[in-house]
Design a protein around this ligand. Sequence first.
Ligand code: FUB
Ligand code: ZN
Length: 636
Amino acid sequence: MTTPIVDTAVSRPIAPADPSRGRFRPLGLSEVRLTDGFWAERQRRNAAATIPHIRARLESEGWLGNFDLAAAGDLPEGRRGREFSDSEVFKYLEALAWELGREPDERSEENFRAVVARVAAAQEPDGYVNTMFGRPGQAPRWSDLEWGHELYCLGHLFQAAVARHRTRPDADDGLIGVARRAADLVCRTFGEGGIERVCGHAEIEAGLAELGRALGEPGYIDQAALFVERRGHGTLADIEWGRVYFQDDVPVREADSLRGHAVRANYLAAGAVDVAVERGDADLLDAVRRQTSHAIARRTYLTGGQGSHHQDEAFGQDWELPSDRAYSETCAGVSSMMLSWRLLLSDGSPDHADLIERTLYNVVATAVGQDGTSFFYANTLHQRVPGEPADPESTSPRASSSLRAPWFDVSCCPPNVARTFAALGAYLATADDDGIQVHQYAGSEIRTTLRPGVTVGVRVETSYPDAGDIRLVITESTGGPWSLTLRVPAWAVGATISDADGTRTAEPGTVSVRRSFAVGEEVVLTLPMAPRVTHPHPLIDAVRGSIAVERGPVVYALESIDLGADVDRAVIVGDPELDVRGGEILLRVGVRASEEASWPYGDAVDPVVEETRVRLIPYREWGNRGPSTMRVWIPR
Ligand code: FUB
Ligand code: ZN
């Protein structure tokens, strides 16, 4: 059974973020349903394979069992997993809650309740819930804010509770109560006059703010604001990578760029947007916008990936974007989407949706294998050495192989992707009093009430990104004129829009049609989908003189399996030439002879090359055909 598309005249959106003000309001899972095509297929795979796989691994790794040990009073003996393993259980609950909201299912519902019961049994009478700290034989509560992740884990608990509250407000499973008691404890412990410090990993900020919105508890938003304001004042100890690692080097209002650990930076910025929006704090919002724009302009990979340091999983300096050391953690992609979405809701700029699209197709979709049960943790743009297939039963170090792995010692990424896919419908479209705005194109149905008496519905028919036609069929339109606004991506120069008035050019940005639509009326947006050659900014040293190929929002890659040689031998001779044959993109490349040299520097060498036309594949598909080398940027 599928959740019906309901009348939302009075209800709040069933969505991960529901700000009380902003340029647009999100349309949630009861208003937008993915029906077919690329993302619907990914969502089905997520439900059928990824979420059950995560559940099985949480059990076999003992990360769920930690809660049972806690409830039985048996900890710390036998506790398994890293200090933040509780958070993966909470992200799993969040994923399952969204999934149950999208597609109710009795067995999954039982599963959900069973896991909640195990978590609830581990909660202490005063609300504390964490399996790593606080019991005899464990470090005291809140004694290791730099690395302990207690507040980070609670942030994920709160997001799971919000997902459940919004999808099943009548559920009596107890999760909301667990979250409420834990949030009250956080406010008592870290409020004014309490421990005036922050968590080494931001996340509590966005979690508390959303729980406050969902439950109507302004105190939780106030506490989130305290955490945001406290950061940057050096309340955490200095560490080998400096306080910048956890953004405790400069106050949020004063920083110039997202920096330090990429996931931490994005979660913090997302929480800061939530706080700024709820309090009408334009200065804070501007500060986050400034930092985000800077990081996008100078510290983000072509794929939308962020983080170019392996050792501290951090942003590099401006222009420091080496392909072969791209960390581009999957969670950094997810958290960047969360930030972009909040900014989009606040200011309506289509640029945020452009980045979300780029990141979705090229980081989040890349992270999950075709089986739905193997994952990339890091998303390199250049693989020099073919990897080793992971044993399906194994647990891999986080970024060790070029092949996707079923699980990691640090397995933050798989459940992060799962919760994103399960809630994906809530990232497609928004509304205001005047109409709806479609930001991402996917086979879907949208229906909402704009204002009393004005209910509108649209069916989106498309095979995008394979093809560039997006047909929007009006399925409901009562109460007079309204606007249908469509995003035209920045790359889509030459896009057109067609409706009853004819065809006209649609400039990058947004295009709107406003009228009293008739049911059955169609609007067609046509995006140009010819492949294009992309050049890097000249200051990105690592790829200077190289080119990449994109088609629509999709970044392409050269894989050794198609070249029949190691990709490091590929070079573009003369001007890049692309052909499209039978839907495949072919690039003319030269393949260098393998040149032996005892010293690799000296006079310029004219490479001996043999020219060939080679198929490029969507970057997200690489690594699906066994061990290979791969590169996105190809030198000229
Ligand atoms: O520290 C928790 C998570 O583990 C981070 O978000 C990831 O980057 C990984 O280090
Ligand atoms: Zn991760």
